[in-house]
Design a protein around this ligand. Sequence first.
Ligand code: SAM
Ligand code: SF4
Length: 328
Amino acid sequence: MAITDRSGRIIDYARISVTDRCNYRCTYCMPEEGVSQIPHEQIMRYEEIGFLCRALSELGVRKIRFTGGEPLVRKGIAQFLKHFKKDFHEVAVSITTNAALLAHFARELSEVPLSGMNISLDTVDAAKFREITRVGNIDDVKAGIEAARSWNIPNIKTNTVLIRGFNDGELPDILRFAWNNDIVPRFIEFMPLGDDVWRREKFIGADEILQMLSAYGEWMPLLPQRPASDGIPVGPAKYYVNAATGKTVGVIEAVSNHFCASCNRLRVTASGNLRACLFSRDEVPLLPLIRNGDIEGLKCAIREGMNAKPECWENLRDGKQRMYGIGG
Ligand code: SAM
Ligand code: SF4
């Protein structure tokens, strides 16, 4: 039986963090130093993630996104995904990655096979890329994207968090880069997670993002579009299609016009804590049940935890959340 919450929302999409570690230090996501890390023994082992996913799939979850931290820094990730997909062939599997290591993994990832891949790309300018990631090299990401495309990984999208004063003048460059690579670019509102990294004055709402897009007449008109339904749960992005070229762009209004009423997702942190909502302070520890091999107890805990899913995140924000710790 499907997981439903007390508001009647059906939960069929899981985001599972495979690690809280990351090889970048994006300024809007992580502090430069003093990042506390989950001890290794508290991180779910691959067979434990598999066990968790068995429970999730028995509960009707049809799409699982593996994320982090940076999923590709976890040793053995591609092998795990390949085995995973064999065991759960009916589940759509995707990942979110910063693509720093993608050139090395693209071939193996293409063998999973993945249903899609989201790649973070906040700028296409080399110096700015170094600035936002603190340590990254844009050439690695470009090589990763090229490799992913050459191995025919489907449904690649870029995620750009728009930050006023940083990349708000770069929409045309990012669009051009994505469209030239047959990728769907998506612009995301900067979500107010950690108070130490989020600033109100840096936030750009979806309406303004659309105005910015319309300022570039060459792409207009952009018409609202729903992605074709393939039976796989769709995400919260609103898509717009360029009438002349058929190219699409997504805008994710996580803040100004949040999609809580239709939220179909649950999250599990790398240490196996269930999060019914990104902003929720409550976590349900699943690891003891997973380690006991108690599948019925696990399913029950997931159901109960999700039943209590908050209706909306607006009153939950405490300024202490970390996307890299929860699983973005
Ligand atoms: N390391 C991988 C990556 O960067 O793609 C996966 C994890 S990262 C936490 C997942 C996504 O969360 C990235 O696309 C990142 O841009 C986004 N993200 C992190 N902090 C955010 C924030 N405050 N608002 C909006 N998106 C955020
Ligand atoms: Fe790492 Fe992704 Fe956070 Fe950047 S956004 S610091 S790549 S987890």
